[in-house]
Design a protein around this ligand. Structure first.
Ligand code: ZN
Length: 133
């Protein structure tokens, strides 16, 4: 993967993503109205992926500095995955290309949802393990 373009991606839905980089790492900046969230990334050592992403989506940047509710974190995570896919960037938080359910239960204790093809978890618990790692 070569240089990332500095990318503004306003899409009429009131949010945007921009990649900032310093050498082999940087931030993906998510903007929604006045609120800003920086998501740290690094270049991986494997050619199959373009970025490794640390999806800490728990708090807005100053001056807002407000905790982000968990369901809102899931929404931002979904937007982030969608944007990365549209940019053609492969990362360690990508979902399988098609979200197909297997007729096997998610291994999360007490969860009865069908698991996503290629994962041991349902989508809800893939998100949970991604956001809490
Ligand atoms: Zn589950």
């Amino acid at each position: 993967m070569g240089e990332f373009r500095k990318q503004l991606n306003f899409n009429g839905e009131g949010y945007s993503f921009e990649v900032l980089h310093q050498g082999r790492c940087g931030d993906i900046v998510y903007m929604e109205g006045e609120k800003i969230l920086k998501i740290y990334w690094e270049m991986p050592g494997v050619k199959e992926l373009d970025m490794l992403i640390w999806p800490d989506l728990t708090k807005w940047e100053p001056p807002v500095l407000e905790a982000i509710p968990y369901e809102k974190q899931r929404e931002i995570l979904a937007r982030l995955r969608n944007w990365l896919t549209n940019e053609g960037l492969k990362t360690d938080i990508d979902l399988p290309l098609t979200i197909k359910s297997e007729n096997e239960p998610c291994i999360w204790s007490g969860c009865g949802n069908d698991r996503v093809m290629g994962s041991a978890y349902c989508l809800e618990h893939i998100d949970y393990t991604t956001l809490k790692r």
